[in-house]
Design a protein around this ligand. Structure first.
Ligand code: SF4
Length: 332
């Protein structure tokens, strides 16, 4: 398979299904976004706006402009009505995307916001935190011998070192000296590993590649930060799961990333999941390019008939693969 970048969603996808990874990240064909994902995006947008207003209070900047919702002035973040912001964001999604919305969708967003703001007297309320950054985007080349790639796609070559890309929801400062940060990642889904259905908890989160990936990336960009706590906050059960990382964890993470990357790019025959989870995958549905087959089956057969390199030559969306190499934030 080819992969000019790694991001946490790609790593998770690869754990869940290699075929889904191939179609999505090697061919650049996007899954259809379902309403649960859009609901999560609404929640994240509201939290981002609140955190950015709180950051204005800290920095003294006069305003910020959200590209979708508009201008927010620097006034006391507690004077803003959060549910008014939710209404604006929710209506934006209904009017500008294929999200239809229902009373229960709205109620979910409202409940998640209440859960995060009210937990333990506001411990995770961004307005009460020392915010470093909201929606921190990262995108950098990881220059190692193992991360060098050269992929051909039709007449074109993609060449370089693998890029690490992603966005973390919220960074706050816990201690100034030594410098310790906490990254809070909001989770609107169930607290489980989708690859094996095991519950995520304190016994396995330290080995979670997504958390390690975030720690590795943020530690690389901000080398003066000593330790980083990464907290997954599961909104449905109103429960935070913090995991403490130190710089010594980076070595183990890099080894994990190297092994994962090697297994991705050396794989010429991606495995299919073929279980009940396929129901949630849009590649299991529809009629890909009028072939009479959904994308999953279509590419399974094509790889068998002509081999993966020719499938990539013929079907990879070069523009999409190149976009992933450039700028632009995409939610994990
Ligand atoms: S339909 Fe199933 S096997 Fe096919 S890509 Fe999706 S999850 Fe994988």
């Amino acid at each position: 398979m080819i992969s000019p970048f790694l991001r946490s969603s790609a790593l998770n996808t690869h754990e869940v299904c290699q075929q889904q990874f191939f179609i999505n990240y090697s061919l650049g064909i996007q899954q259809i976004v379902n309403s649960a994902v859009q609901k999560g995006s609404i929640f994240h947008k509201v939290m981002e706006i609140i955190a950015k207003i709180a950051l204005l209070n800290k920095t003294g900047e006069p305003y910020f402009i959200d590209e979708d919702i508009g201008k927010f002035e620097n006034r006391d973040v507690f004077s803003y009505d959060i549910f008014d912001i939710l209404n604006k964001v929710y209506n934006f999604f209904v009017e500008n995307t294929d999200f239809e919305g229902s009373p229960s969708d709205y109620l979910d967003c409202q409940t998640w916001i209440k859960n995060i703001l009210e937990f333990n007297d506001g411990d995770y309320d961004p307005r009460k935190r020392n915010i470093v950054q909201a929606e921190q985007f990262f995108d950098f080349e990881l220059k190692r011998d193992w991360s060098k790639y050269k992929f051909s796609v039709g007449e074109n070559n993609l060449e370089g070192h693998v890029r690490l890309r992603g966005t973390v929801d919220l960074i706050t400062e816990v201690s100034e000296s030594p410098k310790v940060w906490e990254i809070v990642d909001y989770k609107t889904g169930l607290r489980k590993n989708w690859a094996n259905d095991k519950l995520k908890d304190d016994s396995n989160l330290k080995d979670d590649i997504q958390l390690r990936f975030y720690h590795y990336a943020i530690s690389t960009i901000f080398p003066d930060v000593e330790d980083i706590i990464i907290t997954l906050f599961y909104l449905r059960e109103s429960a935070p799961f913090p995991v403490y990382f130190t710089k010594s964890d980076m070595l183990i993470t890099e080894e994990m990333l190297k092994n994962k990357y090697m297994s991705i790019i050396n794989n010429q025959r991606p495995k299919l999941r073929n279980d009940y989870k396929c129901r949630f995958c849009s590649f299991s549905k529809g009629d890909f390019q009028n072939s009479g087959q959904p994308a999953c089956e279509f590419f399974r057969d094509k790889i068998l008939q002509i081999g993966m390199p020719k499938v990539i030559d013929k079907y990879a969306d070069l523009k999409s693969l190149k976009q992933y190499q450039g700028g632009g934030s995409v939610r994990e």
